[in-house]
Design a protein around this ligand. Structure first.
Ligand code: NCD
Ligand code: ZN
Length: 331
């Protein structure tokens, strides 16, 4: 048996409408809170939209003890007064390079210090963390590596701004993270488990296709080393990104792995397999509390060693490990 106190998912896609109703309860049952990504169509860019989206999430999760930590979609023309007001409703702002991933067309087209200075200085002063999808538009396996200099330039230019490197997938990112005090990172479950070989080494696996794409064995090892150690600069962020089965099993497969229903059992299994269960609490909650300076709702989740079979789909959305047996079960 293991009990996790207030597990947090610091990078989650809940979508909207019918998809929101399908997926939100799967996270709100197992977690005490989650950072909700703003890449809807259109993206969440106003306080009105943040509040309305939060209400729709609250409706979808019914009475579950779960706090959606809202985010805004980064725009370089947000000013100090707007951000000061927004801060009452959001926990961070998410920056997407334009066109780099699902629903990021309205992102930033040139990411450089001067272009972003006004907004980032205001965020820094207001102590609002900046979450970044850090990929260039280069060759797919090099995109994250090519973005590292941008992270470094931003970290240096805004030393009081907490910058969160979202869903890191490479050894280079792990090294960069260690060099700058104000850089932090989220790590997904799937990037701790798979490499590009699992996605495209045999028959193509659309349900494992995501941005950033899973990388090399040595990258996975670097991610595992830092996550399993409980290092205070990394926290769990699933990047659970549901798409309808028809959009995944299609020519032009949508990017995103839907992990929400299997996260905690699989993380326990993983940390247990490396004999590191004692560090899971830090990774799944404690580090995030410190990085984001938040006190989550109190919620204990207990898991027991007991076999169960992952459903093949949840209302037309296929989860990672669909139809497979897992060895830990939430009580
Ligand atoms: C995410 C989505 O579908 O919204 N997709 C993904 O492959 N991770 C967007 C993102 O986080 O990049
Ligand atoms: Zn994401």
């Amino acid at each position: 048996m293991i009990t996790l106190n207030s597990p947090l998912d610091m990078h989650l896609h809940l979508r909207d409408n019918n998809m929101l109703k399908i997926v939100a309860p799967l996270s709100s049952k197992d977690f005490a809170g989650a950072v909700v990504m703003p890449n809807l169509v259109p993206p969440i860019t106003s306080i009105y939209e943040v509040k309305a989206y939060r209400d729709r999430i609250k409706d979808a999760i019914k009475d579950d003890n779960f706090e959606p930590f809202m985010t805004l979609f980064f725009k370089s023309d947000y000013d100090y007064d707007f951000l000061k007001e927004a801060k009452k409703y959001i926990k961070s702002i998410k920056l997407y390079p334009a066109g780099i991933t699902t629903n990021s067309e309205d992102g930033v087209s040139s990411i450089n210090v001067e272009e972003l200075r006004n907004t980032l200085e205001a965020m820094s002063e207001l102590e609002l963390p900046l979450c970044i999808h850090g990929e260039s538009n280069g060759f797919v396996m090099d995109r994250e590596k090519e973005f590292v200099p941008v992270y470094q330039a931003l970290a240096k230019a805004f030393p009081n701004l907490k910058i969160i490197m979202e869903h890191i997938t490479t050894k280079d990112s792990v090294e960069a993270l260690k060099k700058y005090e104000n850089l932090y990172a989220t790590i997904t479950l799937h990037h701790l488990l798979i490499t590009l070989d699992d996605v495209a080494g045999g028959l193509l696996q659309p349900h494992l296709f995501c941005k950033p794409i899973a990388k090399r064995p040595e990258d996975k090892k670097a991610l595992l080393d830092i996550a399993l150690s409980g290092n205070k600069k990394v926290m769990f962020g699933s990047d659970s990104a549901p798409h309808p089965k028809s959009a995944k099993e299609a020519p032009g497969c949508a990017a995103g792995v839907f992990t929400a229903p299997i996260i905690l059992p699989k993380l326990v299994e993983l940390f247990d397999s490396y004999d590191k269960l004692e560090n899971l609490q830090a990774f799944i909650s404690d580090n995030a509390r410190e990085i984001y300076n938040l006190t989550p709702l109190k919620k204990d989740i207990t898991l027991k060693k007991e076999e169960w079979k992952v459903p093949s789909e949840y209302d037309g959305v296929v989860p990672m490990f669909a139809g497979q047996k897992l060895s830990w079960k939430i009580q």
